[in-house]
Design a protein around this ligand. Structure first.
Ligand code: 5GP
Length: 211
């Protein structure tokens, strides 16, 4: 099977990280690409698990070294997808799930055209506000930046191949899972289906000779 990247993009607070985490629990054929960022770790975040936390100098060095498949400034911090992370997961024969912003999604799929882009929408503006505030991990200036950015992010929803509304976590995870299944079928079964179709036609033609 040819594995492929699955990009989840969403405004901050729409729940894409939770969807990605849950997806990893329910599917063995997906792995997660751990991004690099210059953002300060939140209290529960472990370096190398949530992100590779880098200083600005380290991030710039990684850019110079060509280590990123894409990178962008998001909400005032730098974030980037490390090529080695994507390759690590693909080499283990798993589809690679990435939680990246909309600019990163476009950049990434320009160099990896087989990437599947999924936009995760919150069920409403109120729900997004509540999730961002209840998380309690950002100060009010950071929340304001994220809300402003959310308006721009939702504005490019049309660039995505799929949209999943995260009104119920398990339903959203099931929908993302369906998308992965459909994309697997599209990629894996096309040559197989073409062979079966050709064989079927030749059997039918042979049979017709007896009529
Ligand atoms: P957070 O700080 O809440 O973890 O993430 C903030 C934003 O950065 C989210 O929209 C998230 O998708 C995005 N992000 C996380 N990793 C990457 C990455 O590797 N590249 C890009 N372009 N955005 C990322």
């Amino acid at each position: 099977m040819k594995c492929f990247p699955v990009i989840l993009s969403a405004p901050s607070g729409a729940g894409k990280t939770t969807i990605a985490r849950r997806l990893l629990e329910v599917r063995k054929d997906v792995g997660y690409s751990v991004s690099a960022t210059t953002r300060t770790p939140r209290p529960d975040e472990v370096d190398g698990v949530a992100y590779h936390f880098l200083s600005t100098a380290q991030f710039e060095q990684a850019v110079q070294n060509g280590e990123f498949a894409e990178y962008a400034r998001v909400h005032g911090n730098m974030y980037g997808t490390l090529r080695r992370e994507v390759e690590r997961v693909l080499a283990s024969n798993r589809n690679v799930v990435m939680d990246i912003d909309v600019q990163g999604a476009m950049q990434f799929s320009a160099s990896f055209p087989d990437a599947v882009r999924i936009f995760v929408l919150p069920p409403s503006g109120e729900a997004l506000l509540a999730r961002l505030k209840d998380r309690g991990t950002e100060d009010s200036a950071t929340i304001a930046t994220r809300l402003r950015d959310a308006i721009g992010e939702i504005g490019v929803i049309g660039e995505f191949e799929y949209v999943v509304v995260n009104d119920q976590l398990e339903r959203a995870v099931a929908q993302v899972s369906c998308i992965i299944d459909a994309e697997c079928l599209k990629r894996v079964n096309s040559p197989q289906s073409a062979r079966i179709a050709a064989e079927t036609v030749s059997v039918l033609k042979a049979e017709l000779l007896h009529f």
